[in-house]
Design a protein around this ligand. Structure first.
Ligand SMILES: Nc1ncnc2c1ncn2[C@@H]1O[C@H](COP(=O)(O)OP(=O)(O)OP(=O)(O)O)[C@@H](O)[C@H]1O
Ligand SMILES: [Mg+2]
Length: 228
């Protein structure tokens, strides 16, 4: 379509798809990238941008060039995790390091635009992404924080193959603890370890302890009065 209907952007722009997945930690961004790649039958190359960015001038570009060369060769889906590391609001130039940081994001932008494959980027902070960059994205997918009903589905999903006591109800945990999918999964793992250690099925109290532990990890207050 882009070719026949003369809709391709031209100017060195590739025919790839550039998408940003934005949402809080544990809302399923990385998992969704895995699903996209698996659905297309392609490998997923995960690039940790924070580890590509090098303090030495010119090294970041070399690292990126290696990644793109490899991706072009193998036809993989590219996932740039923590895009903020490079696409955080391009700072005003205060010192020579800022100037080079801006050069790096300009370089990555140009390279991404020319890329013919699928490139996915993730961020926890949508507002932190530079406007010039957002304009070049084909798609921005928001990963909202799950509401109570969705959290209940996530609890049930995580518990699907875990031996639980009869009549166990993750409903109160889903209602009272505002946890994203990743934390719900961790809470269930904590509960499962506790139960496995006793040699018994998981109880409601195990789930509660797991949920509390996730709250404490996130530095959130655990209220004792919640309706238990
Ligand atoms: N919507 C969902 N459906 C099913 N499972 C989910 C969902 N969201 C999160 N999970 C579970 O949470 C785990 C963590 O999610 P994932 O690593 O994709 O989060 P993320 O958005 O990439 O977080 P981060 O920003 O910290 O990298 C997944 O492996 C999966 O088990
Ligand atoms: Mg992730």
């Amino acid at each position: 379509m882009l070719g026949d209907w003369r809709l391709s952007a031209g100017g060195g722009r590739g025919r790839g798809v550039l998408a940003l997945f934005a949402g809080e930690s544990g809302t399923g961004k990385t998992m969704s990238a895995e699903v996209v790649a698996a659905d297309l039958g392609l490998d997923l190359y995960v690039v940790q941008l924070s580890s590509v960015v090098d303090k030495y001038v010119g090294e970041t570009e070399k690292n990126l060039e290696r990644i793109f060369t490899e991706a072009d060769r193998t036809d993989a889906v590219l996932l740039f995790d923590e895009a903020d590391a490079v696409f955080g609001k391009r700072s005003e130039v205060n010192d020579s390091h800022d100037r080079y940081a801006n050069l790096e994001s300009a370089y990555l932008l140009q390279r991404l635009e020319a890329f013919d494959g699928i490139a996915l980027l993730t961020t926890n902070l949508r507002a932190n992404i530079d406007d010039a960059f957002t304009r070049r994205l084909d798609t921005v997918v928001d990963f909202p924080f799950p509401d109570a009903g969705q959290r209940l589905a996530l609890w049930r999903h995580s518990l699907a193959h875990v031996p639980c006591e009869d009549g166990i109800d993750p409903g109160p945990c889903a209602r009272d603890f505002e946890l994203a999918g990743g934390s719900i999964r961790s809470a269930v793992v904590t509960a499962a370890y506790a139960a496995a250690g006793r040699g018994e099925p998981v109880t409601g109290a195990d789930l509660l302890a797991g949920a509390r532990r996730e709250y404490r990890k996130a530095g959130r207050l655990v209220l004792d009065e919640v309706s238990w």
